[in-house]
Ligand binder design. Sequence first.
Ligand SMILES: [Zn+2]
Length: 386
Amino acid sequence: MNLLTAVLPRCWFFALTPVLLALALCGCGGPEKRQPSGVRVTPGATRAPRPQPPPAYSAPRVVTPPSVFQTQPPPPPQYTPPPPVVPRTPPSPAPVRPAARPQWIPLQTWAAQLGFSAPVRVGPMDFQVRSGAGAFQFTVGKRAATWNGHRFHLGFAPAATNGVPFIHSLDADKNLAPLLQVNRPVARGRGVIVLDPGHGGPDNGTRSAQGNEKDYTLDWARRLKPLLEARGWKVVLTRTADRGVELPERVLIAEQYQADIFLSLHLNAAATPGAAGLETFCLTPAGMASTLTRNYADPANIVLPGNSQDFENMRLAMRVHRSLLQTAGMPDRGVQRARFMAVLKTQQRPAILIEAGYLSDRNEARLIHTAEYRQKLALAVAKALE
Ligand SMILES: [Zn+2]
């Protein structure tokens, strides 16, 4: 017992010593606030504050997410591509229509951009521009124009303000630009041409006192085939005999053979006397009116499959038209535009329809009835595709 009484007070003393020491170091047990950053604030402290933990030590405690986060997969890399909708969203209310160019361009401006001379007045309403490539002539108020003397039709008649002529930008793109490249040979692709002799079978087409359109067009195609083959083309006819072929089927044949060019061969007729000459048709570009509608609707804003070929359509049309004028010497009724022609509007390749003279005109009917003239027609087309 004596030993216990002697030892216990000492044990208590040694046991309580760390506690007392800790209380002393804490500033005598006053209220202590710890800021989120871990910095101690001791109100009313009279003594110098104890050295505080370095910020580098306490800061991670605040910004570090809960420990659960540590068990999750690492966050995605910062270079994760943005959602796909972002690039497709216009950055600002940008114009929807590509209306960068004004609709009407001063002829002089267009001419200067393409290396043509300034417009020269060659008639009361006629203006001409020239370059090394040739000459365009325009008439204010008229859609008919010429390129090196060969007739074509604008979508919009040129206008004039204070004697200054203007042309429409759609004409610059769809008519004038292709014509500037009319001397470049037609692209051959796989080298397949479909010749489409118009009409057949119960459908005679137009007729003269001497014969039917369907027979003349078939003969023309038969004469043209070897001439094209001699120039390296593979030639397919939509009909090789006097039989009817529906218009969609003629386009399907071009699809089936993956044709690079489609030529529909026809002869014309008119109820009014005096109509004569050559017309070459290609599909009307969207945004402009056709030159021939035959009472069909002609919605200018419609975009047809064949409009994907607008540029080459015009180039091909003028190449063939020019060659026919030069070889057969017929009156020039111009490259024309039509939207209703079934064999043109759904084509996926350059396609034109030739009306090589009027069976209603006595002189032309007589010419067309001769084998020599039809051979000329064939030769003219073949030359255009050299
Ligand atoms: Zn016809």
